[in-house]
Design a protein around this ligand. Structure first.
Ligand SMILES: Cc1ncc(COP(=O)(O)O)c(C=O)c1O
Length: 402
C-alpha cells in the first residue's frame, strides 16, 4: 500500500512498507530478533543472493524490523530508499566509502561535528582519501576545491556550535554541474529541512539524537535521494558503473534498475555493511520506530522552546552574544530563513559578556544540556523573521525499499 500523504505526523506512524505482521496480524512492528531467515529451497536462496528477489537472509544485511524503520525514514525524508546502521558515525563513514577510495578526495565543509571532522581528517586520510576542508560561507569554495578525483561534497545542515545553515541548494547545484553528489548530515534538523528537496543526493543521520529522541539508543541512517544520475558520470563513479568484483562482477546501476533508483544505497548494504558490519540490532530499530512516532510533535515543540530560550538569552544582561539561526543577519540570516521551515532548530549557543567561556543551551534532552524555556519578547527579537509553516510537497511512495 502507498500512503498518498506528505504529512509527517502520519508518515512517522504509518509511513513505509509496514502494515501488519503477515502471519499474526500484529499491527505494531515486532522485534524480529533472528539472525537468519529460512530459504524456501536452494533456488530461492540463489534468487535472494543474486538480488533477483528481495528478501531477508541475515540480519547483518537486512531484517524486517530494520526494514520497517528504513522505509518509514525514506518516506519522511522524501528519499527512494534508506539504510539503518549501528551509529551516526557508521552512516557518515559508509556514505563516503561507498564512493571514494585511495587517491580520491572529498570536499568537506569546515563546519562539522568534531567526530566527523576526525573521521575525515584522520581516519579516512589513513585510507588514502583526502578531505579538502572549505568554508561554506562562499559556496564557490566547493567548486574551486574540486577536480576529477572529487567523489562527493559533505556538509551538515545546521552545524553546532556555529549554527549557520549550510547553503544546500547553492552547493548541490555546483556539484550537479560537475557530476559530484552532495551528502548532507541532517542530524540537527529533521523535518525542519529536507535536504533532498534542495538538491542533495544523500542524507545521513545520527538517529541517536532527534530521530530517537529518548536518548536510549545509538544508531544512524543513510537515505538515498534516488535523484543523482550516476550513469551520466560513469568515469567518476566506477564503483556503481563498472563490474564489482566483490559482488559477482555485477554492475550496481544495472542490478538496481528493477528495484528503483537505489544503486547507491543498495551497494552500501550489500558490500560495505556485509563486509564491515555495523548493523543496527532489531531491538535498536524497534526503539527508533517508537521514537520516530513522536518526531513531528517533538520537533515543533523543540523549535518553539529554542525561540524562547534564545529570546531570554538575548535579553539577559550577562550574555554578550546569542548564537541562533533566527538572530543571524546577512547571508547567514538569508539561508536560515530560506532553508529552515517551521522553526530555527532546537540549538542555541551563547557567550558571556565578561569573557566567560562560551556555553551551549538546547531545548532537547538528547542533544545537549537542557535550559528551561522562559517567555518574553525583546525588542531585538521582534525584528527577526518568523518561521514559515512547513510547505506541502508532492506525494511520495512509501512502498519502495532497498
Ligand atoms: C551532527 C552529528 N553527526 C554525527 C554524529 C555521530 O553520531 P553517533 O553518535 O550516533 O555515532 C553526531 C554525534 O554527536 C552528530 O552530532
Amino acid at each position: 500500500m502507498t500512503l498518498e500523504t506528505t504529512r509527517p505526523e502520519t508518515l512517522a506512524i504509518h509511513g513505509g512498507s509496514w502494515r501488519a505482521d503477515p502471519v499474526t496480524g500484529a499491527v505494531a512492528v515486532p522485534i524480529y530478533q533472528s539472525t537468519s531467515f529460512q530459504f524456501q529451497d536452494t533456488a530461492h536462496a540463489d534468487r535472494l543472493f543474486g538480488l533477483e528477489e528481495i528478501g531477508h537472509i541475515y540480519t547483518r544485511v537486512s531484517n524486517p524490523t530494520q526494514e520497517a524503520l528504513e522505509t518509514r525514514l525514506a518516506a519522511l525524508e522524501g528519499g527512494a530508499a534508506a539504510l539503518v546502521v549501528a551509529s551516526g558515525q557508521a552512516a557518515s563513514a559508509f556514505s563516503v566509502l561507498n564512493l571514494a577510495e585511495a587517491g580520491d578526495n572529498v570536499v568537506v565543509s569546515t563546519d562539522l561535528y568534531g567526530g566527523t571532522w576526525n573521521l575525515f581528517a584522520a581516519t579516512l586520510k589513513r585510507f588514502g582519501i583526502e578531505a579538502r576542508f572549505v568554508d561554506p560561507a562562499d559556496p564557490d569554495n566547493f567548486r574551486r576545491a574540486s577536480d576529477e578525483r572529487t567523489k562527493a561534497y559533505y556538509a551538515e545542515t545546521l552545524p553546532n556550535p556555529k549554527l549557520q545553515v549550510f547553503p544546500i541548494r547553492e552547493v548541490a547545484g555546483i556539484g550537479r554541474r560537475l557530476g559530484i553528489p552532495l551528502i548532507v548530515d541532517n542530524t540537527a534538523a529533521p523535518l525542519t529541512v529536507r535536504p533532498l528537496e534542495h538538491g542533495a543526493a544523500v542524507v545521513v543521520y545520527s538517529a541517536t539524537k532527534y530521530l530517537g529522541g529518548h536518548g536510549t539508543t545509538i544508531g544512524g541512517a543513510i537515505i538515498d535521494g534516488g535523484n543523482f544520475p550516476w550513469e551520466e558520470h560513469a568515469a567518476r563513479f566506477p564503483q556503481l558503473n563498472a563490474p564489482d568484483p566483490s559482488y559477482q562482477n555485477r554492475i550496481w546501476v544495472e542490478l538496481a534498475r528493477p528495484l528503483g533508483p537505489i544503486a547507491y544505497v543498495l551497494r552500501i548494504r550489500t558490500t560495505l555493511l556485509r563486509d564491515i558490519g555495523a548493523a543496527l540490532t532489531p531491538f535498536a530499530a524497534f526503539q527508533f520506530i517508537q521514537g520516530l512516532e513522536t518526531l513531528p510533535l517533538r520537533i515543533a515543540q523543540h523549535n518553539r522552546n529554542a525561540i524562547k530560550v534564545a529570546d531570554f538569552l538575548d535579553g539577559h544582561p550577562k550574555v554578550g552574544r546569542v548564537i541562533f539561526p533566527g538572530l543571524q543577519s546577512g547571508v547567514a540570516g538569508r539561508w536560515a530563513t530560506s532553508y529552515l521551515q517551521g522553526g530555527f532548530g532546537a540549538l542555541v549557543g551563547f557567550e558571556l559578556k565578561d569573557g566567560g567561556r562560551p556555553a551551549a543551551a538546547s531545548s532537547t534532552r538528547s542533544a545537549c544540556s537542557t535550559t528551561s524555556p522562559i517567555s518574553g519578547t525583546s525588542a531585538r527579537w521582534r525584528s527577526i523573521p518568523r518561521p514559515r509553516p512547513t510547505p506541502s510537497s508532492p506525494p511520495m511512495s512509501s512502498s519502495r525499499r532497498a
